[in-house]
Design a protein around this ligand. Structure first.
Ligand SMILES: Nc1nc2c(c(=O)[nH]1)N[C@H]1C(S)=C(S)[C@@H](COP(=O)(O)O)O[C@H]1N2
Ligand SMILES: [Mo]
Length: 327
């Protein structure tokens, strides 16, 4: 079982004993803050990514009350250590270890998500209220980064479909656009113009409402670590990882196709669909195979599967489309 695969070092880092089994995530969070404050560490966020505290301090908050699903139990889950220290989250730097080292400064409460565009009425909701609206479930998904590496991650979240229904889009809504936080006081990477901030992404309405599309709030039985996109992020397992936008503050329903940060950065390398497709190479490298993170130096590269192995579930969304043109 995935929870048992956690490395010894992570278990030992659980230095602050709280028993959150009866608590909501919000209460766990508040209790944790109290403990940290009592220890004189409450202002660690303001101290600017004090490295010794950032990662461990976020990584121990159990999520409870979610149900497990049969999804993905056929593959070895990537270690917690790898999932939480090998990250892309450019708002915290472009090296893989930057997010785990720097994301301690992200403040995930209070956290409000704004809904706007082609919906009955614009509205906002706090992330904790969202957690109470929809039952949480665990889904183990294969994830494939456009950089030709992959992981298997036990996400906890709820189908985006439910949130879309809750937001009541009008008939004019053809796409959903997602927008990340872009706060230079919490996100040191924002000071560099590596992307057009805020990070944004988009899905077609039918992609957004596909049952595989998840809004994740946790992984490995815990609240999302900051570096993985706390407090709430998108997970679309048949698309390249960059579609999985982190730390979402705004969701906008649009008639026109949203132009993502990656499309703006390089339209010939990153298209709107970005479905995992071994037969469409990235202009600078092959997408035919992938390296599983944590597999070790001598593990063979894997063949990348169309739609990252989820073709049976999602290929029908694109029937009749030339996927070389709509990459
Ligand atoms: N806001 C934001 N979201 C983001 C990114 C980013 O830089 N900023 N990187 C993307 C990329 S390229 C990948 S592969 C995944 C990585 O998610 P993980 O670190 O949780 O595995 O997040 C995606 N979401
Ligand atoms: Mo990625």
């Amino acid at each position: 079982m995935p929870l048992k695969q956690r490395s010894q070092s992570m278990t030992q880092r659980k230095s602050i004993p709280i028993s959150p089994s009866e608590l909501t995530p919000r209460e766990v969070y508040l209790e944790r803050r109290t403990i940290l404050a009592q220890m004189g560490l409450g202002l660690m966020g303001a101290l600017g990514g004090s490295v010794s505290l950032s990662a461990p301090a976020q990584a121990e908050q159990k999520l409870t009350g979610y149900r497990t699903t049969p999804f993905g139990h056929d593959e070895k889950v990537t270690s917690y250590e790898n999932i939480t220290t090998y990250n892309n989250f450019y708002e915290f730097g472009t090296d893989k270890e930057d997010p785990s080292n720097n994301a301690g400064t992200l403040r995930t409460r209070p956290w409000t998500i704004t809904f706007e565009g082609a919906i009955k009425r614009p509205r906002q909701i706090g992330v904790d209220d969202l957690l109470h609206l929809f039952p949480l479930e665990e889904r183990i998904y294969r994830m494939r980064c456009v950089e030709a590496w992959s992981m298997v991650i036990p996400w906890i979240g709820f189908p985006l479909q439910k949130l879309v229904q809750w937001a009541e889009p009008t008939a004019r809504a053809k796409y959903v656009e997602f927008i990340s936080l872009a706060d230079p006081t919490e996100m040191p990477g924002i000071r560099r113009a590596v992307l057009d901030w805020p990070y944004n992404e988009g899905l077609r309405m039918d992609e957004a409402q596909h049952p595989l599309t998840l809004m994740a709030v946790g992984l490995y039985g815990e609240i999302l670590p900051h570096q993985n996109g706390a407090p709430i992020r998108l997970v679309v397992p048949w698309k390249y990882g960059f579609k999985g936008i982190k730390s979402i503050v705004k969701i906008r329903f649009t008639e026109a196709m949203p132009i993502s940060s990656w499309m703006k950065a390089n339209a010939s390398e990153y298209g709107f669909y970005s479905n995992v497709n071994p037969s469409v190479d990235h202009p600078r490298w092959s997408q035919a195979t992938e390296r599983r993170i944590g597999g070790g130096l001598f593990e063979a590269r894997r063949k990348t599967l169309p739609f990252n192995g989820y073709a049976e579930e999602v290929a029908h969304l694109y029937s009749g489309m030339d996927l070389k043109k709509y990459f």
